[in-house]
Design a protein around this ligand. Structure first.
Ligand code: GLN
Length: 292
């Protein structure tokens, strides 16, 4: 961002939006989100809804607002995710705080939540969310099924603190969050449902060098050479923690469904199937486990 670019832009809403959206777009043309990003950042600085921007295009920003907005735009141009700049991301019906300690909740993970909500489970089902991060999945399930007993675990202490804080912010404090490296500290013997959005990206994937993921923890993204190390581990270990006829539901990459179904089948899970998102891509697989 050159000083000249800035001095050309008047300090009213319309001019600032126009300037920001063009410099953000120039910095990352492939992302195609310059205008939306600018609106979100400007609303954050003005503490307003987006309709305000359209209603008052001529309104001037004060010096402090201008400075804050231009600094956020500069950070966005350097690639920082919008969620990190404003401190939250909306997921399901919840507003969740985010930090660099966890993955930013993705809209595609709502498919896992929808899939879990369609299962036939006991009214007070015991549910475990493995690698909960912000707590997104556990909290979305809790808001829909207040009678379920839900635990969320994460290896990262910072993630557990964040998830607890999100539970509080959303008045869902019945969800229990604890630190655990997968099942290592899980004390509850048997669950009716285990869900997870584990790391599943291949170690050398070029995807890791693009866009927002560059600012997210690799430990939440990468899982060995083929991206499946954690899924193989979870599928094998979960058998000890599933009650008879309980479900395991996993998010995964769009080209991993066949191999994941075969991992589930070779671990003696039954009724194995994958669910596709609205683009027709298989992003969630699930199965039942019967104890012999
Ligand atoms: N869905 C994530 C992404 O596409 C990957 C996160 C994960 O490995 N769970 O960035």
């Amino acid at each position: 961002m050159s000083k000249a670019d800035l001095s050309l832009a008047a300090s009213n809403i319309a001019a600032q939006l126009h300037w920001a959206s063009s410099v953000i777009t120039q910095s990352a043309p492939e992302q195609d989100s310059g205008l939306l990003d600018s609106k979100i950042l400007l609303c954050y600085c003005l503490n307003c809804e987006q309709t305000y921007l359209h209603t008052w295009p001529e309104k001037n920003l004060n010096d402090q607002q201008l400075q804050q907005f231009q600094s956020l735009v500069a950070q966005r141009m350097a690639g920082h995710p919008i969620a990190h700049l404003i401190g939250y991301r909306d997921f399901w019906t919840l507003r969740l705080q985010v930090s660099s300690a966890t993955l930013i909740p993705r809209p595609e993970t709502e498919l896992l939540v929808e899939t879990a909500l369609e299962l036939t489970l006991p009214v007070n089902a015991k549910v475990l969310d493995l690698g909960t991060g912000t707590g997104a999945i556990a909290l979305a399930l809790a808001t829909e099924r207040p009678m379920w007993q839900i635990w969320g675990i994460d290896k990262s202490h910072a993630a557990v603190q964040l998830a607890k804080s999100n539970a509080k912010l959303n008045a869902l404090e019945s969800v229990d969050f604890a630190q655990s490296d997968w099942f290592s500290q899980v004390e509850e013997p048997l669950f009716d449902l285990i869900v997870s959005n584990p790391p599943y990206v291949e170690q050398h994937s070029p995807y890791l060098h693009q866009g927002d993921v560059r600012f997210e923890p690799l430990s939440a993204l990468i899982s060995g050479k083929d991206g499946l190390d954690d899924i193989r581990f979870i599928v094998a270990q979960a058998k000890q923690y599933l009650s008879d006829g309980a479900y395991l539901v996993l998010e995964h990459g769009y080209s991993q469904d066949i191999v994941i179904r075969s991992i589930l089948e070779s671990n003696a899970y039954v009724d194995v199937l994958s669910v596709s998102d609205f683009n027709g891509l298989p992003r969630v697989s699930l199965a039942k486990f019967y104890r012999k």
